[in-house]
Design a protein around this ligand. Sequence first.
Ligand code: CMC
Length: 435
Amino acid sequence: MQAQGEAKKTTLTITDNRTGKSYEVPIENDTIRAIDLRQIKVNPDDFGMMTYDPAFMNTASCKSKITFIDGDKGILRYRGYPIEQLAEKCSYLEVAYLLLYGELPNKTQLADWSTHITTHTFVHENMKKLMDGFHHDAHPMGMFIGGLAALSTFYPSAKHIEDKKERELTFYRLIGKAPTLSAYAYRHSIGMPYVHPDNELSYAANFLSMMFRIAEPKYKPHPALEKALDVLFILHADHEQNCSANAMRGVGSSHVDPYSAAAAAAAALYGPLHGGANEAVLRMLDEIGSKDKIPAFIKEVKEGKGRLMGFGHRIYKNYDPRASIIKKLADQVFEVTGRNPKLDIALELERIALQDDYFVKRKLYPNVDFYSGLIYQAMKFPVDLFPVLFAIGRMSGWLAQWAEMLDDADQKIARPRQVYLGYVTRDVPAMNQRG
Ligand code: CMC
């Protein structure tokens, strides 16, 4: 027990029972540095102790000041501001600025920032040729990822990643052009001409115009739908060290240009366990088809024959605060578009799952992707575009994570260790001696 008046020690003492030796390592922010374990050895020429942590279940890969999540309490904050307040009081561009610069913009800063983004929405005409090269049924996420990587060839000076002016330009370009690439991917898939950005529209409205404008001289989306899309971008803007942010940081740590790093992040997002889940939810609801088929579907999930997509989260073990906001948003959207008939299946699925021991025990709750797809579909976005919509919002978060990584003196090229369990050494046999 600690004696009265004795200063609390911020160290951890580890005893290696193989040798009986004890080691004292410093604790900072409730963490120890893995490299401090390297001194723990049985023999002097041993490599030294490492930690084994597949999937980073309990390893902090960085220090960050961007996003805070308390998964047990269902809390999500960007730069200290609760997601609920940001969704209610701010626009996506304000939130993007907050993520990148650490503070909300004042009126002048917001006007400048919006102008910069708006005036960087156009893409080089050759990008249309790139889009034209894809099959008509190419998945838009593949086109989007390809488009991001291709942008690096149009802006070769972006590789000067220490140059703050270049970085700023990259922020404007990637946030500005992400909706343009997405809309072009969609227009290509339906064989419609590409629609140029409209500088008079808001970020979300311009995207809707590039997606859906046909022959109208001016496209004006319904204000409720414009607002809903903007809120969805806010909810997706960042989520600390998720799979795609980790890809952005990991790939960016090689000091590649930011367009290539963003393409890698978007590729990570594409997977059905991450941003591809919103698409998978809709496909799952289609497959279930009607409420009476839900019990059989849940039974199969519990037997390990598939997952209930849009449920569960590595961090949230209570509820995903983004899902709660989206559920309310859905009502506002459905007032304009009419109710998505799949909502009834989703609500019933949620009701049954939340009462079922399998899901309760594992703390599986609806995540951001469970209801977002229903809104997107009601707004007439095709299902395979859903992950791209996630990526548009997440672009600002990726860039904030990337810039923070570059400015962090602790960071180096990301290069994990492994526990090698293969053959020690053996001779190459001749072809006729191989099994
Ligand atoms: N349906 C059925 N069982 C599940 C599900 C699910 N959606 N998610 C987790 N489980 C089970 C899993 O089988 C395991 O059971 P057991 O202990 O018996 O082996 C247990 O719950 C723990 O799962 P895990 O895979 O170890 O958990 P994780 O933290 O590695 O995975 C997850 C998190 C999000 C990948 C996972 O919950 C999942 O696959 N969910 C469905 C996909 C999805 O909706 N993804 C979107 C995530 S939110 C958007 C984003 O930020 O990307």
